[in-house]
Ligand binder design. Structure first.
Ligand code: GTP
Ligand code: MG
Ligand code: ZN
Length: 312
């Protein structure tokens, strides 16, 4: 019997996994042992990019992942509307970047807020990358940009404005990467892959057009993949996602993952205030005073509704 070796999962297609062996640094293509699929059953993908694993590779045969080592963290979403299954986007990440765009395609606030809530719940720091800033020259889009920056910066999130194609703002992003494993997520077509190539033009990454008829991306990246960066650290490119269903967060916990709402909660009249209808609610008072973005409060209300929580 050959002893198990350890490795990092750098790419997953769902049936094949590319590992980087810890000892040799070589990449190895593996399948996974059947019973790994059953354990932790309710996720569609048992082994994910960023996982540390053990594998065996008998002489002349395909390697097999035999064990997933405990995860430091992961970011997970409900796979779809109807399904009870969930999908782990990546594991063992130091930080996440949510790439958003206000035009071609336009990212919806509810999607952003669901992503942020999940990352807060799993204690993964998130920076928002507002990409395609070269396209926001019209009055309407400039207003949208100003509003976007105000809402998320006042909520306490760092927002970097950039343009991957014009190469503006890239340095501020680049500065955050050395020595860390960073995840890039967002809708299809927002420019995740373009951004990674802006960081390292030598990487061979596919970039797709946005559909002219639907203004949506075409799901060019189909598998998650981790890229080593010349300056140290790793960036994980992921396929664009349409929606982000929450998993496993109780209603009475949701508010604490909206830092801009939660900071007012201690001043509510009732200690168990849900900030929906109660008198003397400091959160709703702050909303009326314009201190909380309306879209943020609406996202909060939708997440309290079980029919909607898991939906997107
Ligand atoms: N104008 C403009 N276009 C951009 C910018 N960044 C990316 N694009 C374009 O947006 C389109 C989609 O870019 P991708 O990098 O493939 O987007 P993605 O987020 O990786 O999409 P998926 O892989 O489908 O999830 C391409 O046509 C890019 O050239 C930008 O800053 N400005
Ligand atoms: Mg892509
Ligand atoms: Zn309240």
């Amino acid at each position: 019997m050959e002893s198990a070796r350890s490795a990092l999962v750098i790419k997953s297609t769902g049936s094949w996994y590319t590992l980087r062996d810890d000892a040799s640094g070589q990449t190895v293509t593996c399948r996974i042992r059947g019973n790994l699929r059953l354990k932790g059953s309710r996720t569609t993908n048992p082994v994910v990019v960023g996982d540390r694993v053990e594998y065996e590779q008998p002489e002349g045969a395909t390697g097999v992942v035999t064990k997933i080592l405990p995860r430091r963290n992961y970011i997970i979403r409900r796979a779809s509307n109807l399904s009870k299954e969930s999908h782990i986007i990546a594991a063992n990440v130091d930080q996440a970047f949510l790439v958003v765009s206000l035009f071609l395609p336009s990212t919806n606030c509810e999607f952003i807020d669901r992503f942020l809530v999940t990352a807060e719940a799993y204690r993964i720091p998130v920076t928002l990358l507002l990409n395609k800033c070269d396209l926001y020259a019209t009055d309407a889009l400039q207003d949208a940009q100003t509003e976007f920056l105000k809402i998320y910066r006042s909520a306490g999130y760092e927002v970097i404005e950039l343009s991957a194609t014009q190469q503006t703002g890239i340095d501020a992003f680049k500065k955050m990467l050395p020595g860390k494993t960073s995840l890039l997520s967002g809708n299809s077509g927002v420019g995740k892959s373009t951004l990674i190539r802006a960081i390292d033009p030598s990487l061979d990454i596919r970039i797709g057009a946005v559909s002219a008829s639907s203004s949506k991306g075409k799901h060019t990246t189909t598998f998650s993949e981790m890229y080593p960066l010349a300056g140290g650290g790793y960036l994980i490119d992921t396929p664009g996602i349409k929606g982000f269903g929450l998993i496993d967060i109780e209603n009475d916990e949701i508010c604490r993952y909206f830092p801009d709402l939660f900071r007012y909660a201690p001043r509510c009249g009732y200690y168990n205030c849900t900030h929906t209808h109660e008198p003397a609610c400091a959160v709703r008072e702050a909303l009326r005073a314009g201190e909380i973005g309306l879209s943020r409060y609406e996202s909060y209300l939708k997440l309290l509704d079980d029919d909607q929580k898991y939906r997107k």
